[in-house]
Design a protein around this ligand. Structure first.
Ligand code: SAH
Ligand code: SF4
Length: 373
């Protein structure tokens, strides 16, 4: 592992002595930090305001960016950019950037979907990341730097800057609590992305939700519900065996009360599993009781699972039954489409481009494009 501290999460008090030791005057230090948060800059050699010799000396002491863009694919005529980001040690995570042009009364936005862990210990059976098990946590800098790298990918295409961040890539953010909260604070302080424009999605780590409610951060909390009874949720989200549904809903409602933020319930809709009328009824009642927003995500098929989305008539009937609750259906280009849940990584792994230790092998021509559907 690289022992150099990550610049994006170094506090001014930690950076000052390093700069002083290198004889860097304060105005040069300001040039460095301005460049750090510039939307198009992710490598120290791109910081042309600084003399080359100083860049070389700085590079020995600090890491300007902790993730490398390894493979990039585009979808939706270039408005969605999917990145496989390589971390120190060779592991890779998925990051997705999505530009949404202004529409009706809504302003343009650019959303980045970040990964918080390499793999995930929760092991939901419909999720490609769950298959990996937990390989390691991401550091706060690695989460922040995914946003920087994805922002630079948008910038290079004449898009961005990043306005929103969702923690809906690989991993369970609340099982990596400290790094998640530190990264949110850094995104706000460094990139000016208000916590109000950041969504953390959780499978239901109840004590961490209770702690998050007391951080004083007005984050949007999305709870991956997927079931309204414990026996089904035990199957779909194995963490439910430790943190029961009633406790999860209470913690979510308390979070909403304390922060004044509307909760979101996510529902990965799986044909023949959680698409029954009684599932829709239970979800509608729960959403109305807690004033939550419902986000339905028709399941993306993953290799090795017999499950998939319901047919369109069943999906329509399910959505119809939710009437009375504020509901949206996730557009499938989003973070949880082919790239947000370990599916891009899984697709490449199958093509044997990822080595067994999680590092990236030499890319084969055309294989990255084949990873998208
Ligand atoms: N671990 C967190 C955040 C990452 S997953 C969580 O579970 O909330 C982000 C969202 O994608 C979750 O709602 C998750 O249930 C959903 N998801 C995972 N695999 C999916 C799939 N194959 N199809 C549709 N949604 C999926
Ligand atoms: Fe982990 Fe979320 Fe995937 Fe479940 S859905 S295995 S919690 S990343």
């Amino acid at each position: 592992m690289d022992g150099r501290p990550a610049l994006s999460t170094l506090s001014p008090d930690e950076l000052s002595p390093i700069l002083a030791e290198l004889g860097v005057p304060p105005w040069r230090g300001r040039q460095l930090t301005n460049a750090l948060w510039h939307p198009g800059v992710v490598a120290l050699h791109e910081v042309l305001q600084l003399p080359a010799r100083l860049r070389a000396r700085l590079d020995e002491r600090v890491r300007f960016c902790t993730v490398d863009e390894a493979i990039t694919t585009e979808a939706d005529s270039g408005l969605t950019v999917k990145l496989l980001c390589r971390l120190s040690g060779g592991e890779t995570v998925e990051t997705v950037a999505m530009e949404s042009p202004a529409h009706g009364g809504r302003r343009r936005r650019a959303t980045v979907c970040v990964s918080s862990q390499v793999g995930c210990a929760v092991g939901c059976p419909f999720c490609a990341t769950g298959r990996l098990g937990l390989r390691r946590d991401c550091t706060a800098a690695e989460i922040v730097d995914q946003v920087r790298v994805a922002g630079a990918a948008l910038h290079a295409r004449g898009l961005g800057p990043v306005t929103h961040v969702v923690y809906m890539g690989m991993g369970e953010p609340l099982a990596n609590y400290d790094a998640t909260v530190a990264s949110v604070r850094t995104l706000a302080a460094g990139m000016g992305i208000s916590p109000r424009r950041i969504t953390v999605s959780t499978s239901g780590v109840v004590p961490a939700i209770e702690r998050l409610a007391r951080e004083g951060l007005p984050l949007t909390l999305a709870i991956s519900l997927h079931a309204v009874d414990d026996p089904l949720r035990d199957r779909l989200v194995p963490l439910n065996r430790a943190h029961r549904l009633a406790a999860l809903v209470d913690a979510g409602a308390d979070y909403a009360r304390r922060t004044g933020r509307r909760l979101t319930f996510e529902w990965c809709l799986i044909g023949g599993v959680n698409d029954r009328p009684e599932d829709a009824d239970g979800l509608r009642l729960l959403a109305r009781r807690t004033h939550a927003h419902v986000n339905v995500i028709p399941m993306n098929r993953i290799d090795g699972s017999p499950w998939g989305p319901p047919d369109s008539a069943t999906t329509a009937a399910f959505l119809q039954r939710l009437q009375g609750a504020r509901t949206t259906v996730r557009d499938t280009r989003g973070g949880t489409a082919d790239a947000g849940c370990g599916q891009l990584r899984a697709a490449l792994e199958e093509r044997r481009e990822l080595r067994g230790d999680g590092s990236l092998g030499p890319p084969r021509r055309g294989a990255a494009a084949g990873a998208t559907r």
